[in-house]
Ligand binder design. Sequence first.
Ligand SMILES: *Cc1c(COP(=O)(O)O)cnc(C)c1O
Length: 389
Amino acid sequence: MSSLAKNYNRRKIAFKRGKGSFLYSTDGKKYLDFIQGIAVNSLGHSNPHLIRAMNKQAKKVWHVSNAFIIPEGEKLASKIKKRTFADYVIFQNSGTEATETAIKVARRYFYSIGKPKKNRILCVKNSFHGRTLAAIFASGSKKMTEGFGPKIDGFDHFEFGNHKSLKKKISNKTAAIMVEPIMGEGGIKVIPDWCLRELRKICNKKKILLILDEVQCGVGRSGKFFAFEHAKVKPDIVPIAKGIGGGFPIGAVLMTKKVASCMVPGTHGSTFGGNPLAMSIGNAVLDQIFKKGFLKNVKKISAYFHKELNKIKNDYPKIIEEVRGIGLLIGLKLFNNQIKFIKKLENNKLLTIKAAENVVRILPPLNVSKSEVDLATKIIRKVCKELEV
Ligand SMILES: *Cc1c(COP(=O)(O)O)cnc(C)c1O
């Protein structure tokens, strides 16, 4: 009997090792892993570059307090600064800490300019920003908040795609609008480029900060380093996590100089956040992702994958309603409940995971090969065929 609490409904598989896109179970089966720890293992399992970086740092120093200068963190932050909108970075250990810190930064910014009452955050109803208290109330989902009251105040919500409700919910107390450019848990729903640009305009006009939660869609997943780059907008604050550690827990909040100026000594901290071991691995991940041609390849392989999936959708129009997503953040929206479909894929040794709205979420590593994509599409086609009769 397991002594782990029952807050997960776990699948009855355990793994003994992984290599690239594949996982090997303790009962001797080989699975094509298109979950990758939910978009976390951006470079696949047991990546040799990451193993080397980790071993090298492990022999030097794992952890020191943020009371000291951490050169590995300085290096990672400057790497991010060089390649993104960000002027400053705060490192954390997870996505939800990164989104909470983003909220803290937005509030503290208005406090620091003498507008402490401008402190409410406007979010999408049923979005996903993590599982800490503030993050679940930011997400505004009944399922996640049920039983966890009292309600954390300071969040307002609008319906995804409802521009009227968005505009109506903005008040002079709104400090920031926080959205996921591509809703991951919410069903791989993409905010169209023009909407993101419109959002930026509204924020400018009303002097509101724009927080783009790139915890799932960021770090190369969409084929660009950030998903918002497709729309060519500039956010003020961006929490990231999942992909940046390649499997090691790292979160970060990226900010412009303007907002970062409010984060003076003592305003925020983290014991573990940004320690030398985590930062060395983060550096190794970004060295790969920023390599010339890497993101171009993500774009190329994902375009091929989308094309193949759309072919399957056209062949099975009563099963697959829509192929969603950008890059390697892919959702197959089914007409029926997706659980049976996912189970059948698993029986055929392809691992995928659900998202809201009957979506089968497909998250290969960013360095997935064409033959692995071909293997996945073959299995997906086979399952469609089985379900058709
Ligand atoms: C996963 C996720 C989070 C939370 O990250 P954790 O590391 O689980 O805390 C926050 N926002 C988005 C968009 C996510 O996908």
